[in-house]
Design a protein around this ligand. Structure first.
Ligand SMILES: NC(=O)c1ccc[n+]([C@@H]2O[C@H](COP(=O)([O-])OP(=O)(O)OC[C@H]3O[C@@H](n4cnc5c(N)ncnc54)[C@H](O)[C@@H]3O)[C@@H](O)[C@H]2O)c1
Length: 252
């Protein structure tokens, strides 16, 4: 592995599983000081054990990313330098369509997938502005471009994220800060509990049509590679982009 991230401090949210886990693993393997954030203490402890077994270090911060105290804990763990923020934590909405959508589900999905990204980015960017340099990368989704592959709340949250990503890019691009996103297609992670029946049957019918021309399901490492390319100095001229990592699904 190259030392692409040597000397860099990076935060990855949702690092206990799936895409976030693959991202923190590669970031640290490539020399970075990684801060792994997740709501699941169990997953973080497991992650830490795996790092220690490989004689690697990772800093873990457990907490709900929607809570201000978690943001405070992340900032404390990072210290006085943050080079990279990877906003990756996210939840699904069980494919629930509008006429079945409760306020509670809408509020939680928007809070986790969108509002918390704004709040953490808002805090981190103040540090990056002092440094005059920083890279923010956010895990968006194929559902940020089109509907019919998730429920109403998830689709709306991810469409909103693309606006946030571009707004940060445009306003802060000339101050040394880049903001980009990755839009994965179907990826093998724990985001859906396949043991439970899915609620949003109306959306599932549409998904069936959309899946008919979907490429294979990706490995989380393939999406992590895209997040880390955008985070790295290799992408020094890339700002405000939403990069699809979906085997070409969005092009069909
Ligand atoms: N898996 C896919 O097919 C797919 C497709 C498109 C986009 N995405 C996006 O990828 C990102 C990562 O998801 P994944 O597929 O790896 O799922 P995952 O469920 O395997 O991992 C997400 C992690 O985020 C954590 N998390 C959830 N809510 C949190 C909160 N409030 N605070 C802190 N941590 C929290 C979870 O505990 C989990 O460990 C999400 O933003 C998701 O929307 C996934």
């Amino acid at each position: 592995m190259s030392a692409r991230f040597a000397g860099k401090v990076g935060i990855v949210t949702g690092a206990g599983s799936g895409i976030g886990k693959a991202t923190i693993e590669r970031f640290v393997a490539e020399g970075g000081t990684g801060i792994a954030v997740d709501i699941s203490v169990e997953r973080l402890n497991q992650l830490k054990n795996e790092f220690e077994a490989r004689h690697q270090k990772v800093v873990i911060v457990s907490g709900d990313i929607t809570q201000h105290r978690t943001i405070d804990d992340i900032m404390r763990a990072a210290g006085d330098r943050i080079d990279i923020l990877i906003n990756n934590a996210g939840i699904m909405d069980d494919f629930v369509p509008l006429d079945e959508l409760e306020d509670e589900l809408w509020d939680r999905v928007i809070e986790v997938n969108l509002t918390s990204v704004m709040k953490l980015s808002r805090t981190v960017i103040k540090q990056m502005l002092q440094q005059g340099k920083g890279s923010i990368v956010t895990t968006s989704s194929g559902a940020s471009f089109k509907s019919g592959i998730a429920g109403t709340a998830y689709t709306t949250s991810k469409h909103g994220l693309n606006g946030l990503i571009k707004s940060i890019a445009t306003i802060y691009g000339n101050r040394g800060i880049r903001s980009n996103g990755v839009a994965p297609g179907g990826t093998k992670t724990n985001i859906m509990d396949m043991t439970k029946p899915i609620r949003g049957q109306k959306t599932m019918e549409l998904l069936g049509v959309n899946l008919a021309n979907a490429p294979r399901t990706a490995e989380p490492e393939e999406v992590a590679a895209c997040l880390l390319f955008l985070a790295s100095d290799d992408a020094s001229n890339v700002n405000g982009t939403i990069l699809s990592s979906d085997g070409g699904w969005s092009a069909k």
